[in-house]
Design a protein around this ligand. Sequence first.
Ligand SMILES: *Cc1c(COP(=O)(O)O)cnc(C)c1O
Length: 467
Amino acid sequence: MVFSDVFGENQQWDTTCTDLQSFASSSKALTGVERENEKMMELSKQYEQFGISEAVYRFGEETFASLAPRFAQIDENAEYNQLKVIRAMQTAGVSEACLLGTTGYGYNDLGRDTLEKVYAAVFRTEDALVRPQITCGTHALALAFLSNLRPGDELLSPVGKPYDTLEEVIGIRPSRGSLAEYGITYRQVDLLSDGGFDYEGIRAAIGEKTKLVTIQRSKGYQIRPTLSVSKIGELISFVKKIKPDVLVMVDNCYGEFVETIEPSEVGADMVVGSLIKNPGGGLAPIGGYIAGKSECVENAACRLTSPGLAKEVGASLGVLSAFYQGLFLAPTVTAAALKGAIFAANLYEKMGFAVIPDGTESRHDIIQAVTLGSPEGVCAFCEGIQASAPVDSFVKPEPWDMPGYDSKVIMAAGAFVSGSSIELSADGPIAPPYAVYFQGGLTFPHAKLGILKSVQNLVDRGICKLL
Ligand SMILES: *Cc1c(COP(=O)(O)O)cnc(C)c1O
């Protein structure tokens, strides 16, 4: 009865199954290898439309196949961070109302205040300031400095020269409104030639006036290793042992979600970054964050808005939904960018170029440096990235005098958010050693396309040969 009913119903399924089986057996004429080849042919035709040759495509596929175990590790990391972010949103009680915004003064902006709780939970800090009024990463860093230092204090960088745009903030290059103008001095201890910390030099540089120590996690426009969170932790312990009340700030740009812990979990009093990099997940159209000790964050809020007003004002307008959704996507977007960087490192290494990090070493930010050795190489690379973009693919990037940088810089970016470097982008100063800094990619397939196109450009222009 019941059995026969079921059997009756299955009659139809049987025929369908037979059809499928006969279809399968006809294609069984192809061996596994042949089917694999067929799939590659179809894909390589897609790449051909972008001017990528069969040879470059195959070169990419061989490299890609060898990276499976590393990519699996990155996915696992993204999974961990995805759960961290969801849990932070749940604990903070994110509701639909949080996605709306305020105008005017922005008093009692529920979404803004809740988002700041979410950031504090993600970075495991007491508080956070996450605002569209923080215009970029440099602004967030300048804000952290200018609000937490007072005339007579000294700022110390124990990891060498900071990011280019900070030279004017600090006053290394004279500039209006710099820390130097306010009587805040600066000291720097370079990394040792092997990339390690110069502990003796650092000990000697910490003095009475030292108030804030700034540590840049990412290499920025330098050929030096990026610091792992655990290395940063070692440095912080060392510094705090010498001077317990010194504040430590980490420039966290490009580092967020690359590991499962953040520098704020190893003793940093503040972590600072840009929302048009990792934590904005490609969706935030503007913004920066400072997460850290309540007092540090309060100081920053008083400087960003006004003494007395602090965090109470600052309308979020319409950006909160993008801030939340971007943070939600950030772990997997960062993972895509990391895979792109590793793919690029391995391809360029095989072609004989110096790459930092190298193809196999562990990653602590999403930046990949490739030393191309000539202005032509840098331009060919950047043009390849640009030509693969969803936006402005027809534009040819040219080197220009960019504000805040001391040599000409070429930049490739066909981004939905102008200047966003969590989106696929590349830039390089036109100066020796002619290195290009490549980063981002909201999806791995896009990063892969851009990298293959850059390789194709170099091959077509005779700058290098496929081995
Ligand atoms: C990008 C970056 C900055 C500056 O951020 P902007 O948003 O470009 O102003 C500072 N430090 C590091 C390490 C960066 O990568």
